[in-house]
Design a binder for this molecule. Structure first.
Ligand SMILES: [Zn+2]
Ligand SMILES: [Zn+2]
Length: 258
């Protein structure tokens, strides 16, 4: 049994409904789901919290994705603060920086990132970080804003070992997505093989980044086993041990009772 530490199950992605998607994943051996509620408006955040309130195997994380930072006004941030305080919400995120697409300007991304690190610290909840082509700025902001006080997860880890070492020192765990199964992902695979066993998680980041053999198709939490098997092979560990340990790591980091 393994835990998907990061998935998006919004109705816009899965017309068949989150419960059907979760049922398929449970049949494949995924026992719990951290559902991320981020988007252009607050509908995904409300959706994630409602799903987590209704299902014991779902836990919510809500925040403002860096893509949407420019859209986050005072009212949106106030509602996020109220929702994030609820017990179903185990983390603030995903938040961070994405300089690849630049859907929001750097200033807006950095401002919202700092604001929501502050929110996580006020609430005493861990942070789920998204970073793409922004490694230095992401680490600098985490360091400067005192993110170490709450720690968290670098989701969809796609950096190198030097980044991983700094993130681990800031009390951030590393979560591996389907990217780790891609043939050209050598640097990420090296980190997955090397990272301390008590600091690694696995995720699908559905609906994106399906692992091999589903690459290019819609990703869903049932695909997590392929990613977990790949990480286990990279580390030379039995799959069952890797699955159990990453599940324990996720529960400990997000304070999810077994
Ligand atoms: Zn992300
Ligand atoms: Zn995500």
């Amino acid at each position: 049994m393994v835990i998907d530490s990061h998935c998006h199950l919004d109705p816009g992605y899965f017309q068949e409904g989150a419960d059907a998607v979760i049922d398929r994943a449970r049949a494949a051996g995924v026992e719990a789901f951290v559902v991320i509620g981020v988007g252009k408006d607050l509908a995904p955040a409300r959706f994630a919290v409602e799903l987590a309130a209704r299902r014991a195997d779902v836990h919510a994380a809500i925040g403002v994705h860096p893509h949407d930072a420019a859209l986050a006004d005072e009212a949106a941030l106030a509602e996020i603060e109220a929702l994030a305080a609820r017990p179903e919400v185990v983390a603030v995120g995903e938040i961070g920086l994405d300089y690849h697409y630049m859907h929001s300007a750097r200033d807006a991304q950095q401002g919202v990132f700092r604001d929501l690190i502050g929110l996580a610290r006020r609430l005493g909840k861990p942070i789920v970080v998204h970073t793409r082509e922004a490694a230095e700025d992401t680490l600098a902001i985490l360091e400067r804003e005192g993110a170490r006080e709450v720690g968290g997860i670098i989701h969809c880890f796609s950096e190198d070992r030097a980044f991983a070492e700094r993130a681990l020192a800031l009390d951030f765990d590393l979560s591996f997505s389907g990217i780790v199964t891609f043939r050209n992902a050598r640097a990420i695979q090296e980190v997955a093989a090397w990272a301390p066993g008590d600091r690694i998680l696995v995720e699908t980041d559905s609906p994106y980044l399906a692992p091999i053999p589903f690459r290019g198709k819609r990703c869903e939490p049932a695909h997590l086993l392929h990613t977990a098997r790949h990480v286990a092979a990279l580390r030379g560990e039995p799959f069952e041990a890797l699955a159990q340990r990453t599940a324990e790591n996720t529960r400990r980091r997000l304070r999810i009772p077994a």
